[in-house]
Design a protein around this ligand. Structure first.
Ligand code: DGL
Length: 267
């Protein structure tokens, strides 16, 4: 089927994390219609096998394709690093993924030591290993599995004591180890930036790739003549979540962007 430039951009994540990417896309491309799938029922993806992550990514992609999405943003580092190759081979539609920005950190570090906070699935993926191997061998990468963080975010416990403790146990050792950059390798984590800053102060620069994903989305839409150039002031944004929709309402500001609907749906 020929895609039209008014068709929506499809976005999926294991939950609400990808809304951090949706916000960047909506800021850069306000005329674009979007459909977002939050597979919160199956979160976290980060502890699952590669095979399970691939199957869940296929399931999400097929739902978005049935809704006529013209391009799909895999707004999840875990799904990108484990499944995007399979998705690109299987479907014709363009895919944009998100990977931890360790290359940027490698360019910015002065101490030659960078931290990366991500899920087990991302850190153990072949794609992450491949990217890490391209870095200058003098750069030390400290890998931290953010076990438990996604679950706390998905259950609306960002501000909790449990979150503070867990986050501190993950990021404060970076200061002693002389790291000066911390890469956020999970789309849920940008929501933790204020708390991470409280722990690491000015010692560590936080690096996140959300904005770069939005720029890449624009470039690929343009390249495929799929950019919505209509100056559409009434773009539509449908969010589907397969768990309690209250959590989605917390992360997507329906006052700030008009024409947002949030629906709880089995998928
Ligand atoms: N938001 C996801 C990511 O970027 C997935 C987290 C998870 O479900 O484990 O990796």
């Amino acid at each position: 089927m020929i895609k039209s430039n008014s068709f929506p951009i499809g976005i999926f994540d294991s939950g609400i994390g990808g809304t951090s990417i949706w916000k960047e896309i909506n800021t850069l491309l306000p005329s674009e219609n979007t459909i977002y799938l939050a597979d919160s029922k199956n979160a976290p993806y980060g502890d699952k096998s590669k095979e399970d992550i691939i199957n869940l990514s296929i399931k999400n992609t097929e739902i978005l394709l049935k809704k006529n999405c013209k391009l799909i943003v895999v707004a999840c580092n875990t799904a990108t690093t484990n499944a995007i190759k399979v998705l690109r081979n299987k479907y014709d539609v363009p895919f944009i993924g998100i990977e931890p920005a360790i290359k940027i950190a490698a360019l910015n570090t002065k101490t030659n030591t960078i931290g990366i906070l991500a899920t087990k699935g991302t850190l153990n993926s072949e794609l992450f290993e491949k990217t890490s191997n391209t870095l200058n061998k003098e750069i030390k990468i400290i890998e931290i599995i953010g076990k438990g963080l996604v679950e706390l975010i998905e259950s609306e416990k960002i501000e909790s004591e449990a979150m503070k403790k867990l986050l501190s146990s993950y990021v404060s050792p970076l200061i002693k180890k002389n790291a000066d950059c911390l890469v956020l390798g999970c789309t849920h984590y940008p929501y933790l930036i204020p708390q991470i800053k409280e722990i690491v102060g000015n010692h560590i620069q936080i690096i996140d790739s959300g904005e770069a994903v939005a720029r890449q989305t624009k470039a690929i839409l343009n390249k495929n003549s799929l950019l919505n150039t209509s100056n559409n002031q009434n773009s539509l944004h449908h969010f589907f979540i397969n768990k309690d929709k209250k959590v989605m309402e917390m992360f997507v500001d329906q006052k700030k962007t008009k024409n947002i609907t949030i629906t709880k749906k089995e998928f």
